[in-house]
Design a protein around this ligand. Structure first.
Ligand SMILES: O=P(O)(O)OC[C@H]1O[C@H](OP(=O)(O)OP(=O)(O)O)[C@H](O)[C@@H]1O
Ligand SMILES: O=c1cc[nH]c(=O)[nH]1
Ligand SMILES: [Mg+2]
Length: 210
């Protein structure tokens, strides 16, 4: 794996992911686990947030204490399944600005179809973290990041739960400047573009649709 991909191999992430993969895990449990995992992934993907210090008074003395600097970061959910990661990330970073890219994957062509786009202003001055649990062919995430760059973003990261080698290759070709953080890289895609072994359709499993 290249330097631009971080696999979060923390035991809690891997344990929760295993339960999510199991086909009989109920919708409510799946959704709750995705929220819990997103806390741990958020910790990793925000490692390079810019810091400064500010003078504060503790009960004992004055000190220059570390604090985040710059504009609020922007979290961008690739609808619909991206919202499962977004919700947990907002637990941890409640002041983040939030954008949405509406895309669904045409199941025949495996090409993304766009239906919505709304992002915070001054994207050029923010760290932007695009989130979607599944990186399969990479067509959806590559298209979403094209749109974010057109909107001015220059400092972008992509956070997912599961990636296929094909999707990582596609992203690295289209957006070599975008680091990828994931909990696992699976074996391959099947003939329908699903990640194997995978966990099935993340959106359907989160929301109980088929
Ligand atoms: O890498 P790709 O081959 O493009 O596939 C991944 C995309 O497919 C899924 O979304 P889907 O199109 O099922 O939409 P949904 O989130 O509304 O279910 C997933 O959440 C990604 O957005
Ligand atoms: O395995 C896959 C591939 C694309 N989208 C999903 O939700 N799951
Ligand atoms: Mg889906």
């Amino acid at each position: 794996m290249t330097a631009n991909v971080t696999i979060v191999d923390h035991p809690l992430v891997q344990h929760k992911l295993t339960i999510m993969r199991e086909k009989d895990t109920p919708t409510a449990v799946f959704r709750q686990l995705l929220r819990e995992i997103s806390h741990l992934l958020a910790y990793e993907v925000t490692r390079e947030l810019p810091m400064t210090t500010k003078p504060i008074d503790t009960p004992l003395t004055e000190m220059d204490a570390p604090t985040l600097s710059g504009r609020k970061l922007a979290l961008v959910s690739i609808l619909r399944a991206g919202n499962g990661l977004l919700d947990g990330m907002l637990d941890l970073i409640p002041s983040a600005r939030v954008g949405f890219v509406g895309l669904y994957r045409d199941e025949e062509t495996l090409q993304p179809v766009q239906y919505y786009f709304k992002v915070p202003d001054r994207l050029d001055q923010r760290m932007v973290i695009a989130v979607d649990p599944m990186l399969a062919t990479g067509n959806s995430s590559a298209a979403a990041i094209d749109l974010l760059k057109e909107a001015g973003a220059t400092n972008i990261r992509f956070l997912c739960l599961l990636a296929a080698p094909e999707g990582i290759a596609r992203m690295q070709e289209a957006h070599p400047d975008v680091p990828i953080v994931t909990a696992a890289v699976d074996e391959k895609l099947n003939e329908k573009g699903y990640i194997v072994p995978g966990l099935g359709d993340a959106g359907d499993r989160m929301y109980g649709t088929k």
